[in-house]
Design a protein around this ligand. Sequence first.
Ligand code: PXP
Length: 242
Amino acid sequence: MSIRLGVNVDHVATLRQARRAVYPDPATAAALAELGGAQQITLHLREDRRHIQDRDVRVLRDTVQTPLNLEMAATAEMVKVAYEHKPNMVTLVPERREELTTEGGLDANSQRESLRKIVKNLKDGDLPVSLFIDPDLDQVRASHKLDANQVELHTGRYCEARNQKDRQAELIRLVDAAKAAAKLGMRVAAGHGLNYQNVQPVAAIAEIEELNIGHSIVARAVLVGFERAVREMVELMHAARR
Ligand code: PXP
């Protein structure tokens, strides 16, 4: 099985919103990402609209040629947005206004009832659903019970591990969660905090079909250009798979 790169263009919008300007446009970045080998474009429409705006969802839906993955909170407002724009995948993520970025996975156990309704509502509209969860077997099983098509494993703790021993332990959690999810018939993605230094051990996990990466690619793109930043990430991922 090969591995795909989903490029998250949120932080192109972050740069634009820093000045409330009209540039840089995430749609331009998405086109360059596709030229560089991205096989999916990912965006997170946050409830506070701090980076991606409603207009971006519309423009990206019209212009992106690869599948579009919409990350969103599990709320009625966002379900309406998903119904309107029909992304190829909806990734449900936890959202807290004060956080700098998505800090942990969904709790598919304690939020079971509300998540069940939202997942069903989305799937009834032919919108496949991915749940962004911590690499934890209970969360994998709960996601399966919720009828998710896919799980996206949160790689934040792996990326933030301070030493080799902790990093290895986090990698094993990712491997175990990926295997369990695949065995239950779900597709497996992963992401958050991945960069050019730490991506390869995660990309080497055979059950993982997709990585969603944003911040490190946008940061490199500022210096070397978007297409090259994406191409370099794709090459690292494919090399890890060989
Ligand atoms: N996957 C999910 C579900 C996310 O919420 C994010 C951050 O928005 C990412 C991947 C990308 O994380 P990063 O920007 O750290 O690469």
